[in-house]
Design a protein around this ligand. Structure first.
Ligand SMILES: [Zn+2]
Ligand SMILES: [Zn+2]
Length: 158
């Protein structure tokens, strides 16, 4: 039965191409298999059944492999450093931004610190609107000035 020719090839493995010294056919074997066979000075057969003796390990081939691995390692290190920088920046940002709970705490402090005006009313420190009670000022601060309070310097609320 004739083989069906295929135009596509999907490979997720490094291959080593070999040209048979006896018949000249080119074929490929997984690099790991080739390296293992070469290490044990074993043989690999071409599709026509000719044996090729492998090894000792081809030094120039190993040098190329080492250079490729070094390149991969260098790229991986750069990738890691990039990721570490991104993570550090993100952590710094998170530390700076006050959470909603922190904003609520600040609103409570602001309303407690606000000065009493005529008839015991309390003026909003941001817009001057007066409230009857501390709790209504606190609610007003959180509703109307949430982002202003969030942007305030954290040291003012220590
Ligand atoms: Zn052959
Ligand atoms: Zn206000």
């Amino acid at each position: 039965m004739a083989a069906i020719p295929s135009n596509s090839i999907d490979i997720a493995e490094r291959l080593r191409f070999i040209t048979c010294a006896a018949c000249g056919v080119a074929f490929a074997v997984p690099m790991s298999l080739h390296t293992a066979r070469a290490a044990e000075r074993g043989e690999i057969w071409c599709p026509n059944g000719h044996a090729s003796k492998l090894g000792p390990i081809d030094a120039s081939n190993l040098t190329i492999q080492n250079l490729e691995l070094l390149e991969e390692l260098k790229n991986a290190r750069e990738e890691l450093h990039r990721a570490q920088r991104v993570a550090a920046t993100a952590t710094a940002r998170v530390a700076e931004i006050a959470t909603d709970d922190e904003v609520k705490r600040r609103c409570r402090l602001l309303s407690a610190r606000a000065e009493r005006t005529t008839f015991g009313r309390i003026a909003c420190t941001v817009c001057g609107r007066s409230s009857n009670t501390e709790s209504s000022l606190r609610n007003h601060l959180f509703r109307a000035h949430k982002e202003d309070v969030r942007a305030m310097n954290a040291e003012a609320f220590e």
